[in-house]
Structure formats: C-alpha cells, structure tokens
Design a protein. Sequence first.
Length: 209
Amino acid sequence: MQAALSSLLTRMGAGTDLPIGVPVAGRTEEVLDDVVGLFVNTLVLRTDTSGDPGFRALVRRIREADLDAYANQEVPFDYLVEMLNPSRTLARHPLFHVVITFQNQPRSPFVLEDCQAARLRVRMKTARFDLSVTFRERRDAEGTPEGIDVSVEYTTDLFDEPTIEALMQRLPRLLEAVIADPDQPISQPSILSDEERQRLVTEWSTGDY
C-alpha cells in the first residue's frame, strides 16, 4: 500500500522523495503485552520513487528502507525533531505531510462483566495532517480476507472533495495495473478514468481550457 500510494503521489506531482509518517504500537517488549497504556510512536519512512522503477523493485526498495526505520522505532519522535531541528511553523508538520495507517488486527468485541459496550465513531473536525490515508483489512467471521477499506482525512485548505475522490479512484486502477504486471515502471499504468481520458482528447488537447 505504501508503494502504491507513493507511486500515485509521484505521478500526481508530489516528487520522488516522499517522507511518510506511520504510527507504530511501541510494544516491542513482551513485558508490555498486558500493560494498559499508550505507547504509540511515529516513524518517518523516507520513500524514494526516483528513477521510475518497476513496481516490484519499488516494493523491495521501500521494504529495505522501512525495515531500517522499524529497527530504530524506539527513538521518540520528539527527540528526532529536536535533533534534526527543521524550520518550524504551526501550519505544517515538521517532518512529513502524508500519513499512512494500516490496520490488520481483527476487531474483537469489548466485553465487560455485567456491562454492555458499544463502539462510537468520533469524527474529527480538524485534519491533523495534509493527507492521512488509513487502510483496514476486512475479514469475514471465519477470518477469510474480504478486501481492504480505505478512509481519507485531508485539510480543506489544500484539497477539495473532488480532488481527493479522484485521487482515491486512481489508486485501485494503479493497483490493478501493477498486479497484472509488477515489473512495469510506475509511470506506465493508466490511472485516468474514461471520462478524464475523453476530456484530455476532446478539450484539453485542443487548447480549449
């Protein structure tokens, strides 16, 4: 998913050096398994899409870089910011603007003795990052994979709803293409809809903007 989204962002003009934020559980020691508390840390995964690699090669490149990052996941994010000392502004995150979250743990019911509990979804009114994409594995009662749901949070100062919808519609097209041919360069898969392609041919190519 990181390789696919990074490829898409590169195709959309985000460049080839993409720092991506990823939350990690922070429970690397067995003694923490039964401890109640929040140990989440944030990693910065530097994603390099330069050289127009094939998708399979890009996955390998990202895997190697990510494993190096996860090997150092106990370094507190605040300490990393302090050491790097980037230019700071309240309007932007100091080290990354895109976040990817992948949820692959099954949701188990929350049961308390003599109590009934229900999950309530709290909708945030303020985006924490420019773009935050969450992938969640969906499984049936037997645990068989049924697909992946995607949700997106974005800042409306930078994006509008049609732009985000177009971005998320292009992601499955890219995935279908690279699954069919994993070694094709990431610049090759068609990510446009039939309507967008028709507009390119009939409107934009004639200079009628």
